[in-house]
Design a protein around this ligand. Structure first.
Ligand SMILES: *[C@@H]1O[C@H](CO)[C@@H](O)[C@H](O)[C@H]1NC(C)=O
Ligand SMILES: *[C@@H]1O[C@H](CO)[C@@H](O)[C@H](O)[C@H]1NC(C)=O
Ligand SMILES: *[C@@H]1O[C@H](CO)[C@@H](O)[C@H](O)[C@H]1NC(C)=O
Length: 348
């Protein structure tokens, strides 16, 4: 069954049109989680293009369920059938290999095997395929597509044994190569052109600044930025118009996903109460068209020297449109944040 599939895919590759250069790198990633228990194996699969979920494997049937309307039309029906067949063959072999190895080496059940495999396409037209295996949450093996060899990611008997099994069992390795080193690369090139809208989606951030008072000597200024896409964002604190450099008083979460494929983060600046400085949070994001979102911390109790006040007004004016938009939204957020404000802050 494998050989006709390989021939089919080799043929399909010749039909793939030459596309213009890519503006950036793109990664297609398949995540597989297989839980091995006494009663059997339970496998979940998810396909992602960068951070966009393309599809999942249906439970038991291992048919692909598409999560975006543009994924299925990207490839002819026959290609999807071939991919589903390959995935089924791959999973059957994987389950069989791992099960036999676990019994042979007396590995206790239950355990979890996770695989991350896929390919990255670069703007210069080259690509790189990858495959990693983890065992119970720890790096276990990886496959080097360049040299066509399995590499140990942990130096244990079990990892060495599995690597030797895979070396002996070349059919499985060939399947991995076909799936990721050729099919993945060719198909991403095609899918990218259907995914254009989703990949170029721009959603503007909404930002709000509020304060927390963990103790009377310390004020934590929190800048919460949420609802933006894509993920890259730059959030900085300005003290009297000057960017606060990285330091112990500054901390931030990484961008974390929201449920609607937007991101959020918090940047926190620790200051002394009534230190006489004026603070603002500055957000830069591709959706803002080169402008910044500037959110001043609205504590009227702060004493501001006149010169600095003028500088701040200029700064604020420069981003007036963005701020007006933000002000409208902020009202809603401030209501939500009131619970987090200390009364000693509000009284100023
Ligand atoms: C293409 O770009 C990638 C990533 O920047 C790089 O690793 C690779 O060496 C480049 N390949 C060629 C042929 O220039
Ligand atoms: C994977 O593809 C690259 C580029 O086409 C090739 O150089 C490499 O030899 C392939 N690796 C394997 C293991 O087939
Ligand atoms: C791999 O093949 C060699 C030679 O046939 C054999 O001695 C060895 O036991 C095999 N190892 C595994 C893990 O199957």
């Amino acid at each position: 069954m494998l050989v006709p599939l390989l021939l089919f895919l080799a043929g399909a590759r010749l039909l793939a049109a030459a596309f213009p250069p890519l503006p950036r790198s793109y990664t297609l990633r398949l995540l597989q989680t297989s839980t091995f228990q006494d009663g059997g194996v339970d496998t979940e699969g998810l396909g992602l293009l960068d951070d966009i979920e393309l599809g999942v494997l249906e439970h038991r049937t291992w048919a692909i369920r598409f999560l975006q309307p543009w994924v299925r039309p990207a490839l002819p029906r026959g290609d999807w059938d071939a991919i589903e067949d390959m995935v089924r063959i791959y999973l059957n072999k994987f389950h069989h290999l791992v099960w036999a190895g676990a019994v042979e080496k007396g590995v206790p059940f239950p355990f979890v095997a996770q695989c991350t495999a896929g390919c990255e396409l670069f703007p210069n037209g080259s690509s790189k395929a990858f495959a990693y295996v983890a065992y119970d949450g720890r790096d276990f093996l990886s496959y080097d597509m360049g040299s066509g060899t399995w590499l140990l990611r942990q130096d244990t008997d079990l990892a060495r044994y599995v690597r030797e099994t895979l070396r002996n069992y070349t059919a499985f390795t060939e399947l991995v190569e076909v799936l990721f080193n050729s099919t993945c690369v060719d198909d991403v090139d095609i899918i990218l052109h259907y995914a254009k809208e989703a990949l170029e989606r721009q959603v503007k951030p909404v930002a709000v600044v509020f304060a927390k008072v963990p103790n009377p000597a310390r004020l934590l200024l929190v800048c919460r930025v949420t609802g933006f896409y894509p993920r890259p964002v730059s959030v900085a604190w300005l003290r009297d118009g000057q960017e606060v450099p990285p330091g112990p008083e500054l901390s931030a979460t990484p961008p974390l996903p929201n449920a609607d494929l937007t991101y959020q983060l918090r940047s926190i600046l620790a200051v002394a109460p009534r230190d006489g400085h004026r603070y603002a949070c500055r957000v830069q994001h591709s959706s803002l068209g080169g402008r910044s979102l500037l959110v001043p911390w609205g504590n009227s109790g702060v004493i501001l020297p006149a010169g600095l006040a003028a500088a701040t007004v200029v700064l604020v004016a420069a981003t007036a449109t963005a701020v007006v938009v933000w002000m409208r939204r902020r009202r809603k957020y401030q209501e939500m944040d009131d619970s987090e404000r200390s009364s000693s802050v509000r009284s100023h």
